[in-house]
Design a protein around this ligand. Sequence first.
Ligand SMILES: *[C@@H]1O[C@H](CO)[C@@H](O)[C@H](O)[C@H]1NC(C)=O
Ligand SMILES: *[C@@H]1O[C@H](CO)[C@@H](O)[C@H](O)[C@H]1NC(C)=O
Ligand SMILES: *[C@@H]1O[C@H](CO)[C@@H](O)[C@H](O)[C@H]1NC(C)=O
Ligand SMILES: *[C@@H]1O[C@H](CO)[C@@H](O)[C@H](O)[C@H]1NC(C)=O
Length: 315
Amino acid sequence: MLAWLLFPFLNFISFTFAQDEYILKPISETWIDDKSCTTVALVFSPLQNTTFAVVQESLQNNITSRALYVESNPSVRLCAAAVNYRDEILQNALLSEYSVIMIMAPKVLGTVKSFKKLPKNFEILDIGLGCGTFRTFWRSKFTSVSITSIEFDPAIAYIAKTWYGAVESNNSKIIVADGVEFVKTNTKKYDAIFLDACTNSPDSDLICPDPSFLKDDVISQFRDSLKPVGCIVMNCFSLKSVGKDILIQRVKTTFERFFKFCFLLKVKNSDFNKVLACTNGPLPLEGIKNQYVIDYFKTVPPYTLIVESANTTTI
Ligand SMILES: *[C@@H]1O[C@H](CO)[C@@H](O)[C@H](O)[C@H]1NC(C)=O
Ligand SMILES: *[C@@H]1O[C@H](CO)[C@@H](O)[C@H](O)[C@H]1NC(C)=O
Ligand SMILES: *[C@@H]1O[C@H](CO)[C@@H](O)[C@H](O)[C@H]1NC(C)=O
Ligand SMILES: *[C@@H]1O[C@H](CO)[C@@H](O)[C@H](O)[C@H]1NC(C)=O
């Protein structure tokens, strides 16, 4: 009798625990008023005290963009994935140029000699899961790659798994943890670290990376978490109309105190993003210059962005 009474009670406890991490809201409460967009889900995050919206918009050729927005900073599209007419995520498609550049950066810096011949034990640390863009892409293209994603908000982890097809496997986990704390205690060595962790505070001058990642002890730990030819690649994003280049340049200068080579890679289609890539390994060519890296980057195997051509990105 007692067990029978306890059982539903325990169930209720675990149910409310899970619900504490994310709360589904009726889509009628959406703040997205663009008529061409459909709100698919609204998820409240108690951790960040704000609501995330999964929003779909038809692109072309039966391709739909499934984007993620946050109520606390509504002008920013956090991330997006391409979806086909069967409602399936196109795993090897990338919707934003900055994510293409981030994925190409390890090749530019010489960490990856050839995407066709990635070492079997290639290991990636992916901080800031978002829509799961990086892990989904890497896993779809390179099955041998092991990728560990760190996401600090359980609501985002839930969103990525539910609407963006982010799946886990033995060698690619999604860990809900604070990226800064994870890195500080990490003892493993990675080939590449992708940092796309942003603040959702509209008052912050620098939105990505979240300023908590720019402290000396965190950056030195990033350096120590890389294999000898490893690299760290991050999304730098600011909405400040005046001074954003200086802010982003300052991120580069800060990382240069810990890394021999840092490059800011331009994102052609965005005034707000730049990709910073740093390594302590040897560069692929002698005496490489920042501009040269950008030119070299243009020569790496062609990719097409789905927004521009409605076909998938290839590298
Ligand atoms: C959560 O955000 C709302 C506004 O969106 C605010 O009124 C409320 O005070 C906030 N709660 C906490 C605990 O910060
Ligand atoms: C577009 O979607 C419809 C179903 O909505 C499907 O019948 C058709 O084959 C699709 N066309 C292409 C080119 O994928
Ligand atoms: C994953 O790991 C578990 C336990 O270590 C093992 O039983 C399982 O076979 C593994 N799965 C794959 C696909 O390797
Ligand atoms: C992708 O788009 C490009 C440019 O529009 C085109 O040249 C190419 O043939 C397309 N590839 C496929 C597989 O559809």
